[in-house]
Design a protein around this ligand. Structure first.
Ligand code: MN
Length: 439
């Protein structure tokens, strides 16, 4: 549903928002932050909205009496230290909040004369705030829906049959670890673990020697379902609260040794990084596209995963980029090296299919559950969204613009993900960064 909040001609009185590469007035992503001067890093955590280089403070706006009706109910649900209470509500409240915040922040908003004198209370410089996880993550499921990534990984095992026979029928996933999800900026410790390279006679315990990132879309779940009551595919898309970015850090040597037959465990559970801002389903409306048709010969999804409207409008056109910033680049003030760029249209399954499949056996989703889509790689090398693909599992060296080389991540390296949506006639929006340094 396109409405006035998507009008590219509207401007905000927050000067930095006009033409901002991530957070113009038409985006309004939701997150949780502590304002400047908080007594502890997590003191006063509350919901906010990114606008240009600033954060609009939902609690301050509530205190100023700027909301009523559904928008007020939504702002109350979003003003605490997690967004889970808002996630539990449906799109109606979320949309009311978006429309009111848009009106409050618009240069020509209906209450501009009342709002602008309050600017110093309502809007904080983002650089002076601390950003937190946007939600208490109850469960984290990581899918495998990027078919080029799945193919690249499988090809190393079996060049002739890279995909398992189930891949085109089942949206494959593993249950990952919610307790170790951290917001962008929190360093990640190189894990230790049991690993055995193919040419080693016996396993040993030690620091990971093949530390990798995975470029993925983060899917934040809104209203869930009762246990035993699957969400039908036609309703499944509406359970997506919004999207972000997630780095599913992967210790390949630990993962390769431990994963048969039950899948990843300690090779993945040491940490995952998410971008702190959730770009809402409403902000993404202009960037919905048809799911690309399956290649000729691929099976049609089973009926519980098929919905015509979802196929026509259930995919997203989101451009993704992965960068590495080494310690040397940081010291010299150099920009990061872009390793790959891909697009969410490279996903084999729609988000609604992931939701429908996840619940199809009776599993209950809860508000604030997090999905990773799986690594989103493009079809060609410049689109490969993990270093295991870029380096062919460490057998091929990647040369960075600084002249440094990598197969996997070195200590001090930062992995940085960015995402943007662009479409003629609409304001471009971004996701903000998902980044963390290996220590
Ligand atoms: Mn993954």
């Amino acid at each position: 549903m396109i409405d006035e909040t998507h009008d590219a001609k509207r401007k905000s009185w927050v000067a930095s928002a006009d033409g901002h590469s991530e957070f113009p007035l038409q985006n309004l992503p939701l997150g949780v932050f502590s304002p400047p001067g908080a007594t502890a890093p997590d003191a006063g955590a509350r919901g906010g909205v990114a606008i240009g280089d600033s954060i609009f403070d939902l609690r301050a706006a509530l205190d100023a009496g700027l909301f009523s009706g559904d928008a007020q109910a939504a702002a109350v649900a979003a003003a605490g230290p997690t967004l889970n209470p808002l996630m539990a509500r449906g799109a109606t409240l979320r949309r009311a909040l978006r429309r009111r915040v848009f009106d409050l922040l618009a240069e020509d908003g209906s209450d501009a004369a009342r709002v602008r004198p309050l600017a110093s209370r309502l809007v904080h410089p983002a650089a002076a705030c601390t950003l937190h996880l946007p939600a208490a993550v109850g469960n984290f499921t990581d899918f495998f829906a990027g078919i080029h990534h799945a193919t690249n990984g499988g090809r190393r095992r079996d060049p002739n049959n890279p995909l398992n026979p189930n891949y085109k029928y089942v949206p494959v996933a593993y249950h990952s670890r919610a307790s170790s999800v951290r917001p962008s900026g929190v360093p990640v410790r190189r894990p230790h673990g049991q690993r055995k390279l193919p040419d080693e006679a016996a396993p040993s315990y030690g620091a990971c020697r093949k530390l990798d990132y995975e470029l993925e879309l983060a899917v934040w779940i809104g209203p869930g379902n009762a246990q035993g009551e699957p969400i039908p595919i036609a309703e499944a898309g509406s359970r997506v609260f919004g999207l972000g970015l997630v780095n599913d850090w992967s210790a390949r040597d630990i993962q390769q040794w431990e994963s048969a037959p039950l899948g990843p465990f300690l090779g993945k559970s040491f940490g995952s990084t998410v971008s702190p801002w959730i770009v809402t389903a409403e902000a993404l409306e202009p960037f919905r596209v048809a799911q690309p048709p399956r290649p000729a010969g691929d099976p049609r999804p089973l009926p519980y995963l098929w919905d015509d409207a979802d196929q026509q409008n259930g995919a997203y056109d989101i451009a993704l980029e992965a960068f590495i910033l080494t310690a040397s680049m940081r010291d010299k003030g150099q920009p990061p090296h872009r390793v790959s760029h891909s697009n969410t249209t490279d996903l084999y399954w729609t988000l609604a299919q992931l939701v429908a499949h996840h619940t199809s056996g009776g599993c209950n989703l809860v508000p604030g559950d997090l999905f990773g889509t799986g690594t989103i790689s493009g079809p060609t090398p410049e689109g490969w969204g993990s270093l295991s693909e870029q380096s062919a599992d460490g057998t091929r060296t990647l040369t960075l613009h600084s002249g440094e080389t990598r197969t996997f991540l070195a200590d001090g390296d930062e992995a940085i993900f960015r995402a943007h949506c662009r479409r003629d006639g609409f304001a471009a929006i971004g996701f903000g960064e998902c980044r963390a340094r290996i220590v």
